[in-house]
Design a protein around this ligand. Sequence first.
Ligand code: FBP
Length: 549
Amino acid sequence: MEKSALQIARAAYQPKLPKALQGPVKAQEGAATQSVGNQDEIKALFPNTYGMPVVEFVPAESENKEAINVGIILSGGQAPGGHNVISGLYDGVKSLNKDSKLYGFLMGPGGLVDHKYVEFTDEFIDEYRNTGGFDIIGSGRTKLEKEAQFESGIEILRELGIKALVIIGGDDSNTNACVLAEYYAAKKYGVQVIGCPKTIDGDLKNEQIETSFGFDTACKTYSELVGNIQRDCNSARKYWHFIKVMGRSASHIALECALQCQPNICLVSEEVEAKQMSLDDVVTYIAKAVAQRAADGNNFGTVIVPEGLIEFIPAIKKLIAQLNEVLTDPATGEPREFESAEAQIEFVLSNITAENKAVLESLPADVKRQLCLDRDPHGNVQVSLIETEKLLSAMVAKKLGEWKKEGNYNGKFSAQHHFFGYEGRCAAPSNYDADYCYSLGYNASRLISNGKTGYMSVIKNTTAPAAEWIAGGVPITMMMNIERRNGANKPVIRKALVELDGAPFKFFAAHREKWAKETCYVYPGPIQYWGPTEVCDQCTKTLALEQAK
Ligand code: FBP
């Protein structure tokens, strides 16, 4: 594979490990744990993996050095640092015993079910150290949740002598990792399952997980781009830029970009929902800021729009909830099949309430179509396909036109649109993500050698220098509760949305009026890998504000 100069230099970077993982470790166990909600139901569903203690690794004299064969799966959307989780796990199992083997299942969980895999070697792994992307083995969104899949999986695991499986994924994939761990434990198959917290969206975090990997690099990549646009915007002074950023549900990415770049406007879906804002309220909010800046002679600005916004507007949220119900076949729990898109739309229109139908009919034709048709394999609306940034700017233009006629606005409004998503998901990992991911992978090897299953690999205290990071594991059941998903009650890991009383949002809320009126853009520039710590080794502003004691 041909490499750029940066890739060659980056390959030589040795990711930092917490001090506790630099030699032999032993597991220090805490008290029995409870799930975050619905304790009795979760306990009944996970009798073999419920209530286990939180684990912290501390230095030991010696450790279990038995050779072990391990498998790894990348699940869901790409996130910078995935290759370092794999190289960390590889180095971890090899440091235990050079005869240990690591296998990668290809193209996501489907690789386990279909028995498609590769064995990692030194040369193979070395090609991918500190690089972005998931292309080392590919990723996929196949849901691993059926007994037949688990049984097919065990066949290949037995054939390869694999005793532990590491699943790198977001909340849904880690929930499924836990279901698999429980299944294999109940059947006494002797295969451990360990999860690893991944998603650029940043919504897999809680008391135990400080951040999901990839969030840091993705936000820094988007912030560089937002900063570049702001500089262009402030140079030409003639456009309003509507910038949508990824985040299927939570607005953490939008908020982090706002904290880094100080745009004129940043919408936060969670606030829109809490304030019960309608689409028209959101449009009026933006239009007022545009009009206020126009009155000051500033016919330009930037608006950051979170990808998931549409799902948080209460009337649309209600509509989507009903769409999810009617489009799921109650007999199988699977999406209903239709002969054509038209038949699907027809079915939807005749099976939803009059109120929801009115909301659906009020939306532009393409948005209406996307809501009715497109679902990912987890049954979620594919919000990345909905062009919210264009929808909003068209509605703002219309409103300003009305105000102009009434004599309440006298500016110029010309919009540009951007969507930053795929640009950031495979970026070369920042030093933070390179170190964090390598540590997560290496740490997973110690969870395995300590016999754990149904645990998520966790690294804490990450606002401190890497040597002071704390390594360990958290039982996945501890993060679960029961939620309604696609027409059924399911055990799931609770998704972390932006907390409106949390430090990052409060900081933003305290500054946004000034940022809207004045032009106080910050231009963060590209990620730096070499140089002073305050430039190269910083965590996100979200994490710094959250962890500030
Ligand atoms: P994960 O939650 O699987 O990490 O993926 C998140 C995400 O990047 C979202 O931000 C985005 O909405 C979605 O993936 C896009 O998915 P796809 O790659 O299937 O288009």
